[in-house]
Each structure stands twice: as structure tokens, then as C-alpha cells.
Design a protein around this ligand. Sequence first.
Ligand SMILES: NC(=O)c1ccc[n+]([C@@H]2O[C@H](COP(=O)([O-])OP(=O)(O)OC[C@H]3O[C@@H](n4cnc5c(N)ncnc54)[C@H](OP(=O)(O)O)[C@@H]3O)[C@@H](O)[C@H]2O)c1
Length: 291
Amino acid sequence: MPQKVAVVTGSNTGIGLAMVRALCKHFGENGVVYLTARNEERGMQAVEVLKKEGLNPRFHLLDVNDVTSMEKLRDDIKTEHGGVDILINNAGILSKFDIPMYEQAVEMTNTNYHGVLLMTNTFLPIIRDGGRVVQLASLMGARTFYDISEELQHRFRDVSTVEEVTGLMNEYIKATKEGDFKTKGWPDLAYGISKIGVAALTKVQGENVSKDKSKKDVLINCCCPGYIRTNMTATHTGEDTKSMISQDQGADTPVYLSLLPAGTNDLQGKFVTKRMVKNYFKDDIRPVTFE
Ligand SMILES: NC(=O)c1ccc[n+]([C@@H]2O[C@H](COP(=O)([O-])OP(=O)(O)OC[C@H]3O[C@@H](n4cnc5c(N)ncnc54)[C@H](OP(=O)(O)O)[C@@H]3O)[C@@H](O)[C@H]2O)c1
């Protein structure tokens, strides 16, 4: 049996690092888990943390804002292993709120939406049969969904192509640039919009990969990991933070999706939280806290 190969983006810290830990424990000698980071020093420090725990992740540089960096990782993995079995698109940012809305929208759309889209497009050609792609959305997006106009809600619900989803994200950016985003039905929650984009994108990518005859049993799903204390949420304080869970607990749902057994046929293009499928655009799953 060839070793399983897994890649986790943005895994030098936070939930990404916890997912690498869980996958290293799961596969042991039977897998190679790539801990990737945009900064070599931070990445190597994270590798050392896991080595001290007796685990053996492999490091590779990866910046999800840079297609050349994605292609280098893909080509290196193809040369060494022939393909990849698990891709977890975890890297994400929450911009500062004190910068102009347009800058927030561009930053978060670039990393949280385009970073996911481009990673999956770049890696799909080498994803082996039985491969699992997991993308980090957020319940914050489900909350934001109810702050956009009904017309935009319908358009997100009805997307059937990647171009339509990207078109909606571009419309949002344009509206923030022109300053009339509120009158056009968009809220000032660029993080949430970027994650709505991930959920809509995942639905379409899942449908597309199911129809792709060259791919057998490849599943693409997205999830919310929960509300977790990480660098992203480090400034959060108060009552709301009581519902926070640990980083290792946060890794549970994405790792579960990355290890779905062969022949799983009811999880494709879905949004999952606490290992449960929810309809991001129909069920009212608005959380009380940031998730
Ligand atoms: N924490 C929560 O409660 C929560 C809830 C729902 C969803 N999420 C989602 O879960 C994912 C992980 O979040 P987290 O809380 O673990 O955040 P985090 O601790 O801030 O970690 C984010 C990771 O993404 C990396 N990253 C950012 N931009 C990158 C880029 N261009 N290329 C490569 N890596 C990049 C960061 O690298 P650097 O260290 O170099 O910055 C870091 O490793 C995100 O997608 C987030 O939106 C988190």
C-alpha cells in the first residue's frame, strides 16, 4: 500500500497545526503529512513542536496568495509521491477592522476565497482516486448570509458554476471600492462574505468533481471547525469566549471529513459542523458567537 499523502495549508499554527498533529497520529508510518506555511521560520518551529511530541510532519513553503508557490508544492509532491490523497484548505485571515472596507474585502477575498479556489484547482489534477478535499468555511458566513439582501441570498443559493461564485465575490469587491456596497445589499462583514463564497464554491466544486469521469470517489466538502482560541481570535474577550473549544477539538470536524471512508456517497459539496451536515443557505444556523 502506498503511503497516504496529506497537505494542510496555513498549518504553522492554530487549527491547521492541530490538524497536522491529528493526521500524523492517524497515519503514523503509513502517511506523509505536509505542514505548510508562508514563512519558513514559523513553519520549521511548528515542525519542531510536533517532533517533540514524537510526530514526523514534512515541511514545505506555501503561500496561498501565490500561484507559483502552489504549483511548486504540487510539482514537488507529484515528483516524490505521484499524487495527493488529502488537501485541507485551512489558511485564512481576519483583517483588521480599522482599515477601509475595500482593503478588508480585497485581503480577505484573496486569501479566504481565491486561496481556496486556486489551491483546489492547482491540486485537483494530482488528487488520487478516493481523495478528500476539505475547505474551512465558518458559521460567521452563515450569520452574514442573513445580512445580505434577499436578491443576493437567492443568487448565492442558486449558483451552479464557479464563475458565478467568483462573479459575486467580484461584485462585492467592486461595491466596496465604489462605496455603495450597503445600497447594493452587502454588509460590512468581509470575513463572512469570503466564507459564504467558500460554502457556495464548495457546493459547485463538489457537483463538478462528481461529474468528472477522470476522478473516482473524490469528495470536496467544507466545514466550520467551531469557535477556537487561535491567533485569529486572540483579541476576543468576554462572555462569548466561554463557548470556545481547544485547537485539537477544532481539528475534529475537518479531520473527520478528510478521512471519510471509501464509497461515502452522501457527503459531496456539503457544509459540515460538529460532524453534522447543514444547509448553509437554507437551514438557519446562525451562531450566537463568532465561529
Ligand atoms: N478560530 C476560529 O474560531 C475559527 C472559526 C471558524 C473558522 N475558522 C477558520 O479556520 C482557519 C484557521 O483559522 P485559525 O483560527 O487557526 O487562524 P490562525 O491561528 O490565525 O491561523 C491561520 C493560518 O493561516 C496562515 N495563512 C494566512 N495567510 C496565508 C497565506 N497567504 N498563505 C499561507 N498561509 C497563510 C497563517 O500563517 P501566518 O502564521 O504566517 O500568519 C496561519 O498559519 C481559517 O480559515 C479560519 O477562517 C476559524
